[in-house]
Design a protein around this ligand. Structure first.
Ligand code: SAM
Length: 321
């Protein structure tokens, strides 16, 4: 009897030798909020239901990604929890490291079910502690409910993300660190990328980082987890860390280990790159697992080392932030 050769699949690797073991999966490009730096005022383009990957298709792609060595998965959007049945989708996942990025403000968000997901970590957008500013930035949402939800979280590894905007929240660095400290979370500051030409000015964060060291708010020693987009420092007064993500002033491309899957099934090798490949169409053409793995392996090999920053492509909500 002839036994057909089983192909042994290697990990995804690019032409610069970077192993790609982290995937960010967008469940939807829609969001309940309209944060001014993230989503145009008119919202995102309406899509037909069929354009989005179905949950069964995402499960199938996750199996493929796992078999190609991806062991860390982050689900994001848009806002992942506004997709109907997102919680059920999460409850039935069987993956490696499992993370979610959310604004924690979707209507009917069930915090008890979220707490039971056994997440490895959660990132929550929290740009300001001022209720009026929060409502202005998100175009109509309320801070109170989000803070309540944050306080009810029982998830390990909570990170709060604030995009820093000149003259808007650059005076809230210390209060945000204090809040994170109070709830045992890590506070991360992010340089604003100008996807939308929205007149909100970015603040280079390195000077803020250095001043926080001088003020003994954070320790001097840098902590740089493997291939992390952020540089971290220990909070001097608490257990948590403070992180700085500086895509504009200190791009972290050379150690990037991630690929993105957009809600419509496209692979993006880099935040600033065009879409590389549409897996949705392949699935619907009934390509088999090995064919998809072959194409993914070739696509990943072409991941650019340090692309020219191109902010003209799409907003973060469309890419999957
Ligand atoms: N809805 C979820 C949330 O609010 O966290 C997930 C999606 S959101 C696009 C993910 C992250 O992208 C957030 O932390 C947000 O602050 C960040 N982001 C969005 N637009 C950005 C921009 N123009 N510059 C820097 N970060 C941005």
């Amino acid at each position: 009897m002839r036994v057909s050769a089983m192909r042994v699949w290697k990990m995804l690797k690019d032409s610069f030798g970077r192993i790609i073991d982290y995937a960010r999966i967008s469940l939807t490009d829609k969001c309940n909020m309209r944060c001014r730096y993230c989503i145009p005022e008119e919202g995102v383009k309406k899509r037909c239901h069929d354009e989005l990957l179905k949950f069964e298709e995402i499960y199938f792609l996750l199996e493929i990604l796992k078999e190609l060595g991806i062991n860390k998965f982050r689900f994001t959007g848009g806002e992942p929890f506004i997709r109907r049945e997102a919680m059920c989708f999460f409850e039935n996942l069987n993956i490696g490291e499992f993370y979610i990025t959310t604004n924690l403000s979707a209507d009917n968000l069930d915090i008890d079910r979220l707490n039971n997901l056994n997440l490895d970590g959660i990132n929550i957008s929290l740009d300001t502690l001022n209720p009026k500013k929060y409502t202005w930035l998100s175009r109509g949402w309320y801070l109170k409910g989000v803070i309540e939800n944050i306080r009810n979280l029982r998830v390990k590894n909570i990170k709060l993300n604030a995009v820093i905007i000149k003259g808007f929240n650059d005076d809230e660095i210390k209060p945000l660190i204090n809040f994170a400290n109070e709830i045992g979370a890590t506070m991360r500051f992010i340089e604003k990328m100008d996807f939308l030409k929205d007149n909100l000015k970015y603040v280079p964060l390195d000077k803020i980082r250095k001043n926080l060291i001088l003020d003994n708010i954070i320790s001097e020693e840098k902590i740089s987890p493997k291939n992390s987009a952020a540089i971290y420092h220990q909070q001097s007064a608490g257990k948590g860390k403070v992180g700085f993500i500086m895509p504009i002033s200190k791009p972290f491309c050379s150690t990037c280990d991630r690929i993105r899957l957009t809600a419509d099934g496209a692979i993006k090798l880099c935040l600033f790159a065009e879409k590389s490949l549409n897996l949705r169409d392949m699935l619907r053409e009934e390509k088999n697992k090995d064919e998809i793995k072959e194409i993914l392996t070739k696509t990943a090999f072409a991941k650019p080392r340090a692309p020219k920053i191109n902010l003209q492509t799409e907003s973060m909500s469309a890419i999957g932030g």
